[in-house]
Design a protein around this ligand. Structure first.
Ligand code: SF4
Length: 423
């Protein structure tokens, strides 16, 4: 009998990549095997992102392509998950009749019901992760879905809804299972991990969850992503400073370095509060690396306001900066309230300025590591070189004849660049 094959098409953030891995696990429990390319699959899952217009257009384009595939192969199944799936599923079904199932991230019951209706034999309970398959050294684990913040430019709360935290026992069980299957590092994911737990009956916080995970045997490192600056408390900073397996890295999106722009973005903090927070974190956690996200060209952003953002980046000296040009998303507060009045050329120019500055800053920071001994968790081998990350999230490449996969190795840095280190 031919084993049915699946292919997962993923765009977007780490949350989506983690979710795709989980969907793959469940499909394997259902009896599917991975197809090397979409064309040889019987079922495709599109794991979608709509945070930017360009991403949404890509999803719609791919759905158009798949309509043709389905026309050629009527038994071909198309499943769609991710941020494209909002609460108006009827409208989606009407607009994209080629799709067999729209399901929200984490809705494996919907997936199981669909499989049952298709007459697929369910080999075991798909609500458990009992597959014997090995997993990557570094695993991603969603702990909270959705967001309550309604930053004025962001479509996420409209598409993913309000925050829903997974119970601590669920997360600990999943991480323990991933470690049994070979993972050495877990990165806890959420749109805002620092609001974890407030919706659960016992109202644990992220510090409580990290404390529990710190005791999981065999788990060498724990990371978390992303932290909203307004929700990072002094208690949390103290908690993570005391947990030996929690890595010294935090992504703390700044978005803008001007108070009026931050207010229009509805970010809930001022430049002064952000600076204070960075000072507190650096005082409590030695060697911590910080990443951030910045949006340029927000409606009405003047040259002076942009210069303030640039000055702040230069002053704080982040280890990594992800920069994006503002694009209006339907129904968001910013799209309803403000004109998208910064020209595309100006946005591009500002984006380039941030990238140029950051290459210089990261180059300087990393150059201090030359000659230093660092501990790397080895995640894989690319073109004959092993690669992995330091505790503070620096990517390191090195050569060795030994099988280093999954090992913690000490290496000495020989060459640096803004983006990676050689050892
Ligand atoms: S915190 Fe703001 S930017 Fe982040 S997901 Fe929530 S609404 Fe969007």
């Amino acid at each position: 009998m031919n084993v049915p094959k699946y292919y997962i098409w993923t765009i977007g953030c780490q949350m989506n990549k983690a979710e795709s891995q989980r969907v793959a696990d469940y499909l394997e429990v259902l009896g599917y095997k991975a197809a090397p390319v979409l064309q040889s699959a019987d079922l495709v899952v599109l794991n979608t992102c709509v945070v930017r217009q360009s991403a949404e257009s890509k999803v719609i384009g791919t759905l158009g392509y798949l309509k043709g595939v389905k026309y050629e192969k009527p038994d071909f199944s198309i499943l769609v998950t991710g941020c494209f799936v909002d609460s108006d599923v009827k409208r989606l079904e009407h607009n994209f009749p080629q799709v067999d199932l729209f399901f929200k991230p984490g809705d494996y019951i919907g997936l199981r019901n669909w499989a049952k209706e298709k007459g697929i034999d369910i080999l075991e309970d798909i609500t458990s992760l009992s597959s014997a398959k090995n997993v990557a050294v570094s695993a991603f684990v969603p702990i909270i879905q959705g967001c309550n913040n309604f930053c004025s430019y962001c479509i996420v709360p409209y598409r993913l809804g309000r925050e829903r935290s997974r119970p601590i026992e669920d997360v600990v069980r999943e991480v323990t299972e991933l470690v049994r299957r070979g993972a050495k590092e877990a990165t806890l994911l959420g749109q805002n991990v620092n609001s974890y737990g407030h919706d659960l009956p016992s109202q644990p916080d992220l510090g409580t969850l990290l404390t529990e995970l710190n005791c999981v045997e065999g788990l060498a490192r724990i990371r978390f992503l992303t932290s909203h600056p307004k929700d990072v408390t002094q208690k949390f900073i103290r908690d993570i400073a005391s947990l030996t397996n929690v890595c010294e890295y935090m992504n703390l999106p700044l978005q803008a370095g001007d108070n009026d722009v931050l207010k229009a973005m509805r970010r809930g903090y001022t430049v002064e509060q952000y600076r204070q927070l960075v000072g507190n974190i650096r005082n409590c956690i030695s060697g911590i690396a910080l990443g951030t996200d910045v949006i340029v060209g927000f409606p009405g952003e003047s040259e002076e306001q942009f210069e303030r953002t640039l000055a702040m980046l230069e002053d704080i000296r982040f280890d990594t900066v992800h920069v994006a040009a503002y694009s209006p998303r339907p129904n968001t507060i910013a799209a309803r309230k403000y004109d998208d009045n910064v020209s595309p050329d100006t946005k591009k120019e500002r984006l380039n300025k941030v990238e140029t500055l950051q290459a210089k800053v990261a180059g300087d920071i990393n150059s201090w590591l030359k000659g230093e001994k660092v501990e790397v968790l080895v995640e894989g081998n690319k073109s004959g070189k092993w690669y992995g990350r330091t505790r503070n999230n620096k990517l390191v490449f090195f050569e060795s004849d030994a099988d280093c996969l999954g090992q913690l190795v000490d290496v000495t840095i020989t060459k640096t660049s803004p983006w990676a280190l050689q050892a």
